[in-house]
Design a protein around this ligand. Structure first.
Ligand SMILES: Cc1cc2nc3c(=O)[nH]c(=O)nc-3n(C[C@H](O)[C@H](O)[C@H](O)COP(=O)(O)O)c2cc1C
Length: 352
């Protein structure tokens, strides 16, 4: 068979969809879940801006894409947002593969707290020259948050990314009917990821993951642990527990940005969780100027994710004040395209 030419991000998405759907339609639904209208508005927000060319400026210095995030140099302002999916697509070591590429490319990756590769395994394999931040939720059981924080400190993660945009489950709330993933990976719904040491207030029963893993409907103690109602007081508590810089992920309004300033965070990732949480949330790019204005006069760095799909999208976000952009789904498409044998997970009920 002729080699397929995969060049643009659209090609990557198309080929990834074909490969993943062939093996596991639940996985494709899970990756692409997100309210369609919210997602298309996120894309459209980029089209509302034009790039004004500068002419007759040939003598300007050679442009550089280097920048810094929280004081660490990165080769380009493109970083990787957290997702629970690299291990589902690639191999039990999927996150480690992304970490390796991040080090080679001189950029930064955010490790997801609900990865199936636990933070001990991920942290102990980190290449020395990449930059890694650890994402966490403010879990219902604070011992789970502390578990992640202590390991992030131990393995040299440079910051904590606290995701604050997931108070309720996305399955019933936001996803348009066609997009509802029937199942979530069992490690999220039942076990709440190997990183959660406590479920229902008790130590989590350890059991092996792998071939036995199922895709399960929304339920289970792990799910409840993640989707809980946390508050600014919980964030204040977290600040007392660690010296790591804190980046809040999921801020979309000036009001929340001002509260984040008061809370003493170091960074804000303007994000709507890829349209996977609140239907009708403003597109991150549209929210960015308000957030930038709200943090004016502080040292808080502002980043953006959500449907960033081209170089000109990146220019626009940076021109509006973002320090760097983050991408999520394109990384998953890349993993799938390069993968000969996709992970095979089974649904929990036959016939669905
Ligand atoms: C499959 C999948 C899993 C995700 N898991 C997480 C997560 O564990 N924590 C989190 O903060 N965001 C999570 N996200 C949201 C992404 O970090 C990101 O905010 C969003 O996908 C927007 O970026 P994109 O448009 O480039 O995909 C997930 C997104 C996807 C697609």
């Amino acid at each position: 068979m002729a080699e397929e030419i995969v060049k643009t991000l659209n090609d990557f998405e198309m080929v990834a969809k074909r490969k993943i759907c062939h093996e596991n339609r639940w996985l494709w639904n899970y990756i692409s879940a997100g309210d369609e209208k919210t997602r298309s508005e996120m894309r459209a927000a980029f089209q509302k801006y034009w790039l004004q060319p500068n002419v007759l400026t040939a003598r300007v210095a050679v442009p550089s894409t280097w920048t810094t995030v929280l004081g660490q140099p990165i080769r380009m302002p493109i970083c990787i947002s957290p997702t629970s999916a690299p291990t589902l697509i690639d191999s039990p070591d999927g996150d480690a593969l992304v970490a390796k590429v991040v080090a080679e490319r001189g950029t930064l990756m955010v490790y997801s707290s609900v990865s199936k590769m636990n933070i001990e395994k991920f942290g102990s394999k980190l290449p020395p020259n990449g930059i890694y931040w650890a994402q966490t939720y403010l879990f219902r059981d604070k011992r789970n948050t502390l578990h992640l924080v202590r390991h992030a400190e131990k393995y040299g993660f440079k910051a904590l990314v606290v995701t604050v945009d997931s108070p309720i489950d996305f399955g019933s709330n936001s996803v348009s009917v066609d997009d509802v993933p029937d199942y979530l990976p069992e490690h999220v719904t039942e076990d709440g990821s190997p990183n959660l040491a406590f479920l229902d207030g008790k130590p989590r029963e350890k059991r092996p993951y792998g071939e036995t893993e199922l895709w399960t409907p929304f339920s289970g103690p792990g799910y409840k642990e993640i989707f809980c109602v946390s508050t600014w007081e919980d964030l204040a508590w977290l600040k007392t527990q660690t010296k790591l810089p804190i980046v809040l992920k999921g801020i979309l309004t000036a009001k929340a940005a001002k509260l984040a300033v008061k809370a003493g965070v170091d960074g804000i990732l303007v994000s709507s969780h890829g349209g996977r949480q609140l239907v009708g949330a403003p597109p991150p790019l549209a929210a960015l100027p308000d957030v930038i204005e709200a943090v004016k006069g502080t040292n808080i760095e502002v980043y953006l994710d959500g449907e960033v799909r081209s170089g000109s999208d990146i220019f626009k976000a940076i021109a509006l004040g973002a320090r760097a952009v983050f991408i999520a789904r394109p990384i998953l498409w890349g993993l799938a395209v390069n993968q000969h044998q996709l992970m095979k997970l089974k649904p929990s009920r036959s016939g669905d």
